[in-house]
Design a protein around this ligand. Structure first.
Ligand code: THU
Length: 147
């Protein structure tokens, strides 16, 4: 564990599992839920939402981030991800590369925590910097640092 206690990670993972029940995944049959913990203690839930045209599909993690940011919340501590074949208990599931990049837009890679289950169902806790080493960010752009 990093900054949060194991119990916090476990309770965030329970919220992610509850969010997973809302997954809309008729094409892949792979259901994902996420629970994003904001700095102020609020939790934003998200699920994956698929589309017949495929590319409009959005992952659970981005649903959670976009819900929070669209409500004016941009400081976050951690996210838990619960995913696997729909109807089955959660399996090992880590965030896709696009979602890692979205996390990097809003979160400190040194302290933001990502909770996932491993293949044995154990809770794993990664720092964002471990999941997205050498990531691209606003600092590389000519006009600087973003907000
Ligand atoms: N998916 C997520 O929502 N989050 C992940 O971390 C991995 C993948 C979704 C996208 C798609 O709806 C389905 O899972 C299969 O890729």
């Amino acid at each position: 564990m990093h900054g949060l206690h194991r119990a916090d990670g476990e309770s965030l993972m329970k919220e992610a599992a509850a969010a997973r029940e809302r997954s809309y995944c008729p094409y892949s049959g792979y259901a994902v839920g996420a629970a994003l913990l904001a700095e102020d203690g609020r939790v934003y839930r998200g699920c994956n939402i698929e589309n017949a045209a495929f590319s409009p599909t959005v992952c659970a993690e981005r649903t959670a981030f976009f819900k929070a940011v669209s409500e004016g919340v941009k400081s976050f501590k951690a996210i838990a991800v619960s995913g696997g074949p729909a109807g089955d208990p959660p399996a090992a599931c880590t965030p896709c590369g696009v979602c890692r990049q979205v996390m990097a837009e809003f979160c400190d890679p040194e302290s933001f925590e990502v909770f996932c289950l491993d293949a044995r169902g154990r809770l794993r806790d990664y720092l964002l910097k471990e999941l997205l080493p050498e990531g691209f960010g606003a600092a590389a752009l000519p006009d600087g640092e973003g907000e």
